[in-house]
Ligand binder design. Structure first.
Ligand code: GDD
Length: 349
């Protein structure tokens, strides 16, 4: 019998990488998706389109306890990865209430349903380095006190403590991952890394003339999402449940990210970048850098993709994605090479 896993948020960046990883390990992979995603699969399921025949999807909403209860009651999952959330920090300032509702209650509903059903599943909660917020020490590790700076950060602290409380109060196998920023070509366009790599590619291809950003001095510990989902899985394979920081241990500013991304297409970011107050946040998290020693020692986890490798991969993927707009696909077919080779040649110019 294959092991079974449920992923909430399977249509997101991390969900799609985790589904791929678990399928590769021979799991039967289930996912919850919102009804609206089932109704608009082309629009909402782009990241998992290539996996759809191998997945078992269930309609559910983090706002509905019965919908979650029903799925958990009908299946005896070995592992549950709770990734679904309103994950955009800036949006949480606009609508803190819906962020709190989805992120806090959604987590609580899942844990409560597991408890009620006496589920034997191992549970992973997607915590965040945003919980450290106004950081009390550098680098941040599992013992660093939390000081969240946004409704999003507050919601993740609540979810994290709900997870810990179910472990301590009811003996459930619950782990909290404290993941630092993780990116890749599947990243949503609202996040700064994808906004930058998308703009660098569009500007290079003559499809845009500027990039507008907020705080260029914020520093983040950026890793690759495909690396980080391996850590999620490893957490649930240990004898005892625990919480882990997952990070690269390197920090870079938004400005450095811009510099590297534009270098990748042989442009100088200073010629194209404009700062725009609209993208400043009411309270900022200035510096994040994680100490993942515990994950390294206990899980044997290390990141494989470097910062430079991450930026390069994202810029190239954006160039390739945009290339059909320039009919590079047709051109590639005519000259018998791939669009990625043509995009690569564009980078080299
Ligand atoms: N999004 C965005 N857009 N961010 C900008 C911009 C802009 O135009 N200009 C500057 N920034 C700065 C933000 O102020 C922030 O300091 C930094 O870039 C990173 O912003 P995001 O990419 O939106 O990510 P985040 O760090 O706020 O949150 C991400 O990482 C968390 C882990 O630390 C998200 O993935 C969260 O869900 C995740 O928990």
């Amino acid at each position: 019998m294959p092991r079974t896993a449920l992923i909430t948020g399977i249509t997101g960046q991390d969900g799609s990488h985790l589904a791929e990883h678990l399928l590769g390990l021979g799991y039967e992979v289930h996912g919850t998706v919102r009804r609206v995603a089932l109704e608009q699969p082309m629009h909402r399921m782009g990241r998992i389109a290539h996996l759809l025949p191998r997945l078992k999807l269930h309609a559910a909403s983090l706002e509905s306890y019965p919908s979650l209860f029903r799925i958990l009651g009908a299946h005896d999952f070995d592992e549950i990865y709770h990734l679904a959330a309103q994950s955009f920090v800036a949006e949480s300032f606009e609508d803190g209430f819906s962020t709190m509702n989805a992120n806090v209650n959604g987590t609580h509903y899942l844990l409560a349903a597991m408890r009620e059903l006496k589920s034997r599943a191992r549970f992973y909660f997607a915590g965040s380095s945003e919980m450290f917020g106004k950081v009390r020490e550098t680098p941040q590790r599992e013992s660093t006190p939390f000081h969240p700076r946004s409704p999003y950060g507050i919601s993740k602290v609540s979810g994290f403590f709900l997870t810990m409380n179910h472990r301590e109060a009811y003996g459930m196998y619950c782990c909290g991952g404290i993941l630092f920023n993780h990116e890749g070509p599947r990243r949503g366009h609202e996040f700064v890394t994808r906004k930058i790599t998308g703009a660098a590619a569009r500007i290079k291809l003559g499809l845009a003339g500027e990039l507008r950003l907020g705080n260029l001095d914020a520093r983040r510990d950026w890793g690759h999402a495909a690396d980080y989902v391996r850590a999620m899985h490893l957490m649930l394979q240990q004898d005892e449940p625990d919480d882990y920081v997952v990070a690269t241990g390197e920090t870079h500013s938004v400005r450095e990210f811009c510099e590297l991304a534009f270098q990748e297409v042989n442009l100088d970011y200073r010629d194209w970048l404009k700062t725009d107050e609209r993208y400043l946040r009411p309270a900022e998290v200035d510096l994040l850098v994680g100490d993942a020693s515990k994950a390294r020692e206990r899980l044997g986890w290390t990141p494989r993709v470097s910062f430079a490798g991450l930026v390069r991969e994202m810029v190239r993927a954006d160039l390739e994605e945009l290339s059909p707009k320039l009919d590079l696909g047709a051109l590639a077919a005519r000259v018998g090479t791939s669009a990625s080779r043509i995009a690569e040649a564009a980078c080299a110019r």
